[in-house]
Structure formats: C-alpha cells, structure tokens
Write a protein of this length. Structure first.
Length: 190
C-alpha cells in the first residue's frame, strides 16, 4: 500500500513538472521563435506607440473612418469581457438596438439595404473585420469626409479585401484597422 502511494505521488510530481512546466515553456518558446508576431497578439505599432491589434476590433467613431461592427463585449471591444449579447432574434432589446443602428445609418444611403454586419455584433464581440459590402456601403461617406475620390477609397478597400481562407473557409473580409491606417497614410500624402 505504501509503495503504491509513493508511486502515485511520484507520477503526480513527474507529470506535473512535464505537462505543467516543461511542455508550456517549450511550446511558448517555439511560438516566440517561429511565430513571434502571432504569439504576441499581432500588435501594430506606429511611431513607437501601440495602436491596436490585427485580430481584435476597436471602435472608430471619428469622421472619415470606416466603422467596425458593433460590439457586445463589455463597454465595446473589451477583450476581458468577450462574448455576444446572447439575445434571441426575437429579443425586444436586440430588435430595438438593431433598429436604432439602422436608423442611424439610413441617412448615409436612403432606400438602400444596410449590410447586416454593420448593425449586428459578432459572437465574440471583438471581430476586427467587416464584409466587403459593409466597406462599400461606407465608401461614399469616407471619401466625402476625407476629400478623396470614391475610386481612390474603393481601390484601397479592394487592396484590403481578403478572400476565403484556403479558398473555401469563411467569407471575404476587410480588416477595419488596417484599412483605416492606410486611409490615414493616403490622406497624409495628399
């Protein structure tokens, strides 16, 4: 009995050290060496300042910027409170919020269908991407506010449109942060 107890304790200590310490350090070390940018959150710095991440959305409310999807994560894009609202499609709160967002966007293009991702949050509430249709919906407003031609803004959207992963996974998408950064560069060069 005593021998079995000692064996069990030794197995517990050995497996804890191997799988609780050695394995995580090896995997973390490999990730830092092989995939440094991805292992650190795909952060974007500009002039020595952290301005965002390629994989976590953020709100853009200033004039002349493409807007992201609405966020249901905490107070909006709060990564520590990630998650959707979990409201059912028939929820009065969800219906009222979406109707309010539609009413706010309708003046941009009266009598035009608003892309669904401009008025609904993603499951995580942190989605950094919008659909090409959502970007196209905003081209006229952004071009007008930036004093750029719609063609120049449309070309920038096209450059930032990513296709399906591996040709069949997901949907085409546009990263809002990267698009807005290039929009700032384009405007600064004029």
């Amino acid at each position: 009995m005593r021998r079995n107890l000692i064996t069990a304790l030794l197995y517990t200590v050995v497996t804890t050290v191997i799988f609780g310490l050695v394995y995580p350090f090896v995997v973390t070390g490999l990730a830092q060496v092989l995939f440094h940018d991805k292992a650190n959150g795909q952060l974007i710095e500009q002039n020595g300042q952290l301005i965002g991440s390629r994989i976590i959305g953020q709100p853009f409310t200033a004039a002349g910027y493409f807007r992201s999807r609405p966020s249901a994560a905490g107070n909006g894009y709060d990564a520590s409170n990630s998650g959707g609202s979990n409201y059912a499609p028939t929820s009065k709160k969800l219906i009222d919020r979406v109707a309010g967002d539609v009413a706010g966007l309708q003046p941009e293009h009266p009598n035009t269908t608003i892309p669904i991702d401009l008025v609904t949050a993603s499951a995580s509430g942190l989605d950094p991407d919008i659909s090409p249709a959502a970007a196209e919906f905003q081209v006229e407003r952004v071009a007008h506010e930036r004093h750029l031609s719609e063609d120049a803004v449309r070309k920038l959207v096209s450059q930032h449109t990513e296709g399906r992963q591996l040709g069949f996974l997901g949907e085409p998408r546009v990263n809002v942060l990267l698009l807005n950064l290039d929009l700032d560069r384009l405007t600064a060069s004029k």
